[in-house]
Write a protein that binds this ligand. Structure first.
Ligand SMILES: *Cc1c(COP(=O)(O)O)cnc(C)c1O
Length: 413
């Protein structure tokens, strides 16, 4: 018999969303008439917008004609989309051959690890989007011995706590030299958007210590404060030490359509001075065969001025949901419980701390008393204990009803 890849036994997370679903099912079974509302999962709910959807359908129809049909395209992305991203999103500060089109950010985050191998040291924000740790573990970065799972991380993976006390910007001194640093801003789950000063600190640190930053900008479209950078490449010197990963999922509702991109600058080098961009092109041509051409046609439309206006309107909608949730959690009822509220202004997540309570305990009370599903913060890492993540993805009426229940019903005692 063939042995299992020993790295899989090192996975500790991955139970979070199944466990939430299990508790929800259990509650529903006990209360068959209860109308449960989810403010839990980060999945989009609003329909595709007209210009972007028009481009998808036009392209699909074109494929049914002899003149319009095309098969495999460039594995790294079609030229028109790479150019549109370089010019319209990055205003020409990156070139089209530094842009690689993908089937989504999560897939790129997983594939990127192949560039650095199993021996690389990894640093992640704590709490964090689970794929940074789990993808690294599957690639072997945590080794194959049973984890010492705790506040310090495990194997070659270092956790960098991001808490209210450090304004959700980590102490970088724990990061080993020559590490891969995963950094997400605006952040899932904390909703924190890093300032120019913070990102400058991050870039300076990476340059001084031989690190490469994997900058996850999947929520860049939600930034409304004009002083906040929406790309790591807005920071001087980042091209020598950073890769940016982005996605159409949240701003264009492409969670099911599937389309994203990465930027790997030509200036980015390994220790031996060879080019990371060249290897990334090799990974894309060898392990990936390009994103759907229909989705890419939608991406080109999304990058047009009309498409960008539609993404703005769609993200405005979710940000209004976020504002409604924030207001609710800032009301006297929650202030009296000592609840602290973060995020939700430049991100579709509100990160609320319930001092003295455990995340799962608060999750159960909110489900039980309000019939609202949330996400326990501790599921994103040990520094998330006592927090609850409220997601602003939802239909307006459902969000309003959930907030009404929270504001009138929840008692923690
Ligand atoms: C939703 C999300 C993504 C997007 O993933 P896709 O694979 O493009 O759908 C990436 N990073 C974070 C932090 C996310 O929350």
């Amino acid at each position: 018999m063939i042995k299992r890849n020993a790295c899989f036994s090192m996975l500790t997370a991955g139970y979070l969303f199944p466990e939430i679903a299990r508790r929800r099912r259990e509650y529903q079974a006990a209360h068959p008439d209860a109308e449960i509302i989810s403010l839990g999962i980060g999945n989009t709910t609003e329909p595709l917008t007209p210009v972007i959807c028009g481009a998808l359908t036009d392209y699909a129809k074109k494929l049914s004609t002899p003149e319009g049909y095309s098969g495999y395209g460039d594995e790294c992305g079609n030229e028109d989309l790479r150019t549109a991203i370089a010019q319209n999103w990055y205003k020409g500060t990156v070139s089209p051959d530094e842009v690689f089109v993908s089937d989504g950010a999560k897939c790129d985050i997983a594939r990127i690890q192949t560039l650095f191998g199993a021996d690389v040291s990894v640093a992640v924000q704590d709490p964090a989007y689970p794929v940074y740790v789990d993808g690294s573990v599957i690639s072997g970065a945590a080794g194959t011995h049973k984890p010492m799972y705790g506040n310090e991380g495990y194997g070659g993976i270092v956790y960098m706590p991001c808490t209210a006390e450090n304004s959700f910007f980590p102490d970088l001194t724990k990061v080993q030299d020559n590490s891969l640093i995963y950094f997400c801003s605006p952040n899932n789950p904390t909703g924190a958007a890093a300032t120019r000063e913070q990102l400058t600190k991050l870039v300076e640190f990476a340059k001084a210590h031989g690190c490469i930053i994997i900058f996850d900008a999947a929520y860049a479209c939600f930034i409304r404060d004009e002083s906040l950078p929406r790309s790591i490449f807005d920071i001087e010197g980042a091209k020598t030490c950073a890769i940016e990963i982005n996605s159409f999922s949240k701003p264009a509702g492409f969670t099911g359509v599937r389309l994203g991109w990465s930027v790997v600058p030509k200036e980015l080098k390994y220790e031996d001075e060879s080019s990371v961009n060249t290897d990334w092109a090799r990974v894309n041509t060898t392990l990936f065969n390009g994103a759907s051409n229909i989705a890419q046609a939608g991406g080109v439309a999304a990058m047009s001025p009309e498409g960008q206006a539609e993404m703005r309107a769609l993200t405005d909608y979710y940000l209004e949901n976020a504002r409604i949730i924030r207001e609710t959690l800032l009301s006297a009822r929650f202030a009296d419980m000592g609840v602290e509220v973060y995020g939700g202004d430049n991100a579709p997540y509100i990160w609320a701390r319930f001092p003295g309570y455990r995340s799962w305990n608060v999750f159960d009370k909110i489900l039980d008393q309000c019939r609202v599903v949330t996400t326990p913060g501790v599921g994103f890492g040990p520094a998330g204990e006592s927090f609850i993540r409220f997601s602003a993805f939802g239909h307006r009426a459902a969000v309003e009803e959930a907030c009404r229940r929270l504001a009138t019903t929840l008692v923690l005692e």
